[in-house]
Design a binder for this molecule. Structure first.
Ligand SMILES: NC(=O)c1ccc[n+]([C@@H]2O[C@H](COP(=O)([O-])OP(=O)(O)OC[C@H]3O[C@@H](n4cnc5c(N)ncnc54)[C@H](OP(=O)(O)O)[C@@H]3O)[C@@H](O)[C@H]2O)c1
Length: 270
């Protein structure tokens, strides 16, 4: 991305430094580099990854731009073509994210057209959490029962539905709930190895999403693709996947976006 040639400016939620609170700032609109699209965002959704980026968890992994605009998932209109797309916008350098009126994104990212009839806010809520849920359930194979720890969150609320649709017996595990034995475990909560290992004792097949296991096969990483996004959108339009959105915040009111909680997803409306 280069600084805008037109001098046009936009509003964004951004952090001045690692660990700083988000604040509403006026920034130059990003301009696309070679192979990139510029998108006028209609909506963005909030993922725990966004906060990790702001907190500096990936500071050793490459350049970060400040003010740092977080936000991986979004939906918007491509400048030039007018096509409406949704998907994952994360790219490097880090900090040109979707909590903004405009974003740039490599055209090779996982992006797909927003089908007719799909609310852009719903589309923005789908990518990371939805693709993760579908791929986690695929990884369960023939397991007939599954514990889902963190079932009320973004990934969990999709995973519960997808696993049930696949005919599995789902045991949602919320705060304070006891675990029971099952064929498989999806642990969306543990952030240390010992917590995950304690949960994994309840199931012969176990996955976590926070890369805490010493067994690489248990560390699940989502792989984004256009086909996976199209699949999710088709499920929603067919009425086979509900998208629980607990909060819709206007961009200019999204200061406490990481603070509030609720089941399902938080979406920022531009
Ligand atoms: N590896 C990957 O490819 C990948 C992809 C997507 C997500 N992730 C990671 O997976 C994790 C979950 O993502 P998400 O989008 O689902 O997050 P989320 O929307 O914040 O949901 C987390 C859920 O876990 C619940 N929870 C917290 N502590 C709990 C406990 N001790 N017992 C039971 N439930 C508990 C939360 O409930 P409260 O609201 O009550 O706190 C919340 O409902 C995050 O760490 C995220 O970064 C990884």
């Amino acid at each position: 991305m280069s600084v805008t040639r037109s001098g046009a400016r936009m509003w964004a939620m951004a952090a001045a430094d690692f660990g700083a609170e988000l604040e509403l700032v006026e920034l130059p609109e990003p301009e696309p580099g070679p192979g990139e699209l510029k998108v006028r965002l209609l909506a963005a959704s909030v993922n725990p990854f966004d906060r990790k980026v702001v907190d500096g968890m990936f500071r050793g992994s490459g350049e970060h731009r400040f003010p740092l605009v977080p936000g991986t998932d979004g939906a918007g209109e491509v400048i030039g073509s007018g096509e409406r797309i949704f998907g994952t916008f994360f790219h490097r350098p880090v900090g040109i994210g979707t909590y903004a009126e405009y974003v740039t994104v490599p055209a090779s990212n996982a992006l797909a057209p927003i089908p007719q009839g799909l609310d852009p806010a719903i589309a923005a809520a789908l990518p990371t959490a939805g693709m993760t849920a579908v791929q986690l359930v695929e990884a369960l194979g023939a397991a007939e029962s599954v514990l889902i720890v963190g079932a009320s969150g973004g990934v969990g609320s999709f995973a519960v539905q997808v696993a049930r649709a696949a005919g599995k017996r789902v045991i949602p595990v919320g705060r304070g709930d006891s675990l029971v034995e099952a064929d498989a475990l999806i642990d969306l909560v543990s952030t240390d190895r010992s917590s995950f290992e304690a949960n994994a004792r309840y199931a012969p097949l176990a996955f976590n999403t926070n890369y805490v296991s010493s067994d690489a096969a248990q560390n699940f990483g989502m792989k984004g693709s256009r086909a996976a996004l199209e699949h999710l959108a088709a499920l929603v339009l067919a009425g086979d996947l509900e998208v629980p959105i607990s909060r819709r915040l206007p961009l200019r009111g999204a200061v406490d976006v990481f603070a509030g909680r609720g089941p399902g997803k938080t979406v920022i409306i531009m």
